[in-house]
Design a protein around this ligand. Structure first.
Ligand SMILES: [Zn+2]
Length: 424
């Protein structure tokens, strides 16, 4: 298929330009001020006043297949990504079976190829079953193509185990995405200390659960400076620590839209929808996360899209599973809450949702340039819409943002030159 997008507004080397984009045989054939083509099979899309981004990249997604298809599966997560303008993502390893060996890793990779068509990079566990102290075979997994490792959902408790993991990450030149959680501090806590927790006597746990492991790892990184990426950071103290060590150590980090928009005093009812791990923190933490984004301490934004069944979330706080979805509307909610409120520029938002994750995870995906794969998203930044159950394409609807009105509607997602999602 040949597709000509006329008058597309996008960032080219940080400059906002308005150009035509010709797509042919999956790739961007030409970008120019004015492209005229007179061919019968050409589809022309007039993008006037609409804004184009590369297909967004989300480095923290829970696909739930194999093992938990009642929450989400590869087909539904693909639809969810497409409506959210995401064409490349990294899938977390808390699946059943856990990709902690070559056979299961390859099995899941094959499944991804058969059931979805986006760029999905499957992460492998760093230790067997995710929560043991027995390391996976990093070398054989790397030889089989694995580049990303994560025990997301479980912190690595022992310093000695973490040291061995970091050495393997360095040796195989792979990347680890870290979930910072100290079990001896967290115990059975599930919420930050806040007025809702007091009112309903909910078990809290302190920020030190995150901060203490980060301190430990920073000491280890001084000896073993490998590719160390922190997933879903939440506290001011962690941001300050990373800011202090970022120049000398190879630490990168991400934050979720949920932690950027919500703070624990906003909890207006005893609802499991607010329960995530790590938890939503205080206003001063939220403001520190925004500052971290602005000054470059925080490199990227990833959703931690964590689908659950209705019954697992629409219960009281203490009975719910941890997690929120976010893949369907991450760009729109951040455009509305950060860009429109002048907290982050549009080009910075795109850096956090495309260029930086692309660079850090060495993905080489979705670049708007000639000869590159045509993975693009057309947004109407002026159009207002509501996040409701109909809009969400994920199997799960577990978000406290239901019925929220947003700006920045995805009109078209193009993957490898084909229109894969269109807002009609
Ligand atoms: Zn996660």
């Amino acid at each position: 298929m040949k597709l000509l997008i006329k008058n597309a507004k996008f960032f080219e080397n940080d400059l906002l330009v308005k150009k035509d984009i010709l797509i042919e045989n999956k790739i961007i054939k030409k970008i120019s001020q004015m492209i005229e083509v007179n061919e019968k099979d050409l589809l022309v899309y007039e993008a006037n006043n609409k804004f184009i981004t590369p297909g967004l990249i989300d480095v923290h997604v829970h696909t739930r297949e194999p093992g938990y298809e009642y929450k989400e599966d590869l087909k539904s997560v693909t639809r969810s990504a497409l409506v959210g303008g995401v064409t490349t993502f990294c899938a977390m390893a808390n699946l059943n079976p856990v990709p902690d060996n070559v056979e299961d890793y390859l099995k899941i990779k094959k499944m991804i190829k058969e059931k979805s068509f986006l760029n999905i990079f499957q992460m492998c566990a760093a230790t067997k079953k995710l929560n043991s102290d027995e390391l996976v075979d990093f070398e054989s997994l790397s030889k089989a193509g694995a580049k990303y490792f994560s025990n997301d959902g479980f912190g690595i408790q022992k310093k000695e185990v973490m040291k061995k993991i970091l050495k393997q990450i360095k040796k195989t030149n792979s990347i680890i995405s870290i979930h910072l959680e100290t079990e001896s501090i967290k115990k059975d806590g599930y919420i930050d200390d806040c007025s809702l927790a007091k009112k309903y006597n909910l078990n809290t746990f302190s920020q030190d659960s995150e901060v203490e492991q980060l301190k430990r790892d920073i000491e280890l990184l001084k000896d073993i400076n490998c590719n160390y990426h922190v997933g879903h950071l939440t506290t001011k103290k962690s941001i300050d620590l990373i800011r202090e060590h970022k120049k000398s150590l190879n630490i990168t980090c991400e934050v979720t839209p949920n932690h950027l928009i919500l703070q624990s005093e906003m909890f207006n009812k005893n609802s499991g929808l607010f329960r995530i791990n790590p938890p939503i923190r205080k206003e001063e933490d939220r403001l520190a996360l925004i500052k971290g984004l602005q000054d470059g301490t925080i490199d990227c934004i990833a959703t931690d899209h964590a689908p659950h069944h209705w019954d697992e979330k629409n219960v009281e706080f203490d009975k719910a599973n941890f997690g929120m979805i976010g893949l369907d509307f991450s760009f729109s909610i951040l455009y509305t809450e950060l860009v429109k409120k002048n907290l982050l520029s549009l080009s910075e938002l795109i850096k956090k949702m495309h260029s930086n994750p692309n660079k850090i995870f060495n993905l080489k995906q979705n670049i708007i340039a000639e000869k590159e794969n045509a993975n693009l998203v057309v947004w109407d930044l002026e159009e207002e819409f509501e996040i409701n159950e109909n809009f969400i394409k994920s199997k799960s609807k577990n978000t406290p943002f239901l019925n929220k009105k947003l700006f920045g509607k995805n009109k078209l997602t193009i993957f490898e030159g084909e229109i894969k999602w269109k807002d009609d």
